[in-house]
Design a protein around this ligand. Structure first.
Ligand SMILES: *[C@@H]1O[C@H](CO)[C@@H](O)[C@H](O)[C@H]1NC(C)=O
Length: 271
């Protein structure tokens, strides 16, 4: 309703994407001097301060077998609120666990988001809906700044749509495939790469902070980009930060398997 009335005045031309991205979200706008998450232990949990989960990870897969998503893109794993020491809470509110994410997004008119998710937020066993449910139920419910009480004009499951949209928005700014390619790191059945080459290539898109990268054996298959957030999860500012976990990849001889190539992946780090 808010969107419609503003649009019809002709004062502002906002696209559906901008709307879904939270331009008019009713998650709170927080004071500029709100402390950055994890920067202090004296700040209480509030709708403007993420705690205990104050380290946010936008996590991605390179799923090559079975291959999921476009062959020239990584895919979304999730957005996780880890504690400032790298541990994490999970499944924090059973009353807000859902098994109807697709229906929720359709009901909220977030069709553009849904089609992006269908292309880039892929489950490696083919059940994207269940994967989205898992990610929301396990991680999304643990983010204190998007609890329903934080909304001024809350509508049913609004925070679920906001959370999924924020995850997608961050993912769009973190094009792992392109960043690696820019450093000459491309999928290959023969070439191998060093961990420091990969770290450097990806640090270049994350304020010089290398993400955590994971391997399945010698094969590169995950990247986790760490952030702290100033303010609310939806309306706040994201500051890239140092990874809190060290890579399990070998220092050299890392393979980046093309998505068309058939090799077993067990994805040990899936969560
Ligand atoms: C999704 O499931 C919840 C919980 O069962 C329910 O309250 C809600 O109405 C459902 N939403 C839609 C759009 O079906």
């Amino acid at each position: 309703m808010v969107f419609k009335s503003i649009a019809s005045t002709g004062l502002l031309a906002l696209s559906a994407t901008q709307f879904a991205a939270g331009v008019l979200a009713d998650a709170p706008t927080c004071p500029k001097d709100t402390p950055l998450s994890c920067s202090t232990s004296s700040e209480q949990a509030s709708c403007c301060f993420n705690t205990p989960g104050g380290s946010f990870l936008q996590t991605q897969f390179w799923d090559y077998d079975p291959a999921t998503g476009p062959s020239n893109s990584w895919t979304i794993h999730g957005l996780w609120p880890d504690n400032c020491d790298g541990t994490y809470e999970q499944f924090c509110d059973s009353s807000r666990e859902y098994s109807n994410i697709t229906a929720i997004l359709k009901d909220q008119g977030r069709t553009e988001l849904l089609s992006f998710m269908n292309k880039y937020w892929k489950d490696n066993s083919g059940d994207d809906e269940s994967f989205w449910e898992h990610e929301w139920n396990k991680h999304g419910t643990c983010i204190n700044t998007i609890e329903p009480d934080c909304y001024t004009d809350y509508t049913a499951q609004e925070e679920v749509g906001d959370y999924l949209q924020k995850t997608v928005d961050l993912f769009k700014t973190l094009d792992t495939y392109k960043a690696l390619a820019a450093a000459g790191i491309t999928p290959s059945t023969t070439k191998t790469y060093t961990l420091s080459e990969i770290h450097d290539a990806l640090a270049a898109i994350h304020d010089d902070f290398a993400p955590y990268v994971a391997c399945d054996g010698d094969n590169l298959n995950e990247a986790w980009y760490f952030y702290y957030v100033r303010g609310n999860l939806i309306t706040g500012e994201y500051e890239p930060s140092e990874k809190l976990t060290q890579s399990n990849c070998p220092d050299s001889g890392i393979k980046y398997v093309p998505k068309s190539n058939g090799q077993e992946s067990t994805c040990p780090n899936r969560r």
